[in-house]
Write a protein that binds this ligand. Sequence first.
Ligand code: MRU
Length: 359
Amino acid sequence: MLQTITWTGQAARLLDQTKLPTETIYVDITSETQMWDAIKRLVVRGAPAIGVAAAFGVYLGVRDWPDDDQIGFGKRLEEVCRYLATSRPTAVNLFWAIERIQRVASTIRSAEIEPAQVVRTTKQRILDEALAMLEEDNRICRSIGEHGVKLLAPLASSQGPINLLTHCNAGGLATVRYGTALAPVYVGAEQGLKFHVFADETRPLLQGSRITAFELQQNGIPVTVICDNMAATVMSEGKVAAVIVGTDRVAANGDVANKIGTLGVAILARHYNIPFYVAAPTSSIDLSLPTGKQIPIEQRDAREVTEGMGRTTAPPAAQVYNPAFDVTPANLVTAIITEHGVAVAPYEASLKDMCQRKD
Ligand code: MRU
């Protein structure tokens, strides 16, 4: 499995996902401005990976601050956190990670540490926390995989593989490893289950065909790329046993924001009576938002739509609407698979329960 993010000791090394599937290039990020740009341009993408990347971004933004300027350091930390939080609005993991770093920093400031050591110790703790998130993400995704496979295994038959459909990329390349939506596939494959995945191409930036198909192929899972407008056909032909997707933010009532086009897939799945599963670490659950209506939806550059395929595909000055995400209402979601277990409706109670669990 390719590594999305690693820490070299000096830099956060990111797999440049804008170059997939034709090139596997790594970039070393050494400042918070480079990290902001990498998140914005989708060099690193996918909610959990964005969170971990932002945590390293905070460290990179404060690591060169003079150790003897505690007041200036506090202001700098605030500034860097606020700045990184403007990179992308929808994935709550970004804000979750930044807040977690801020909490760590504030515990040190109020702890009994010699004043001369506060800045140095805080920097080290911020780095340690970012490294801990990197490590945790592996365990969390593995656990999502183990819970998810229990839902998918009963779909196996002697007729052939379990046919899934996914939208965008919620695989290992959207996290540190394993992924969320694809974790049950990888865990199930280890257990001997056979899968075949339809990967929606996922216009405009093609995360499905460029990234999901790429990583499934690399991991030996049979995959078929379809254009987004073919999902209805494969479902109507009885070729899809379940849909499984990731999410950028789940509201308290179970409404789910994910890559634009997910809502259409969920509506189709309901029409064809196909289960629609969402895989999400609890860090993607935002209990502060009562419904999906409050989830901020990122609007992106029109050129992603008009010039996204290496050529101009719309007339000059055509009006373009390019929301990067949509919200699937909870009533279309069969279950939400977290690292602590599977949440089902009524989601207000089950999601709260998942967020409180420690196991
Ligand atoms: O714009 P992207 O590529 O960051 O969008 C990614 C998605 O929509 C994923 O499905 C979501 O972040 C979950 S990743 C585990």
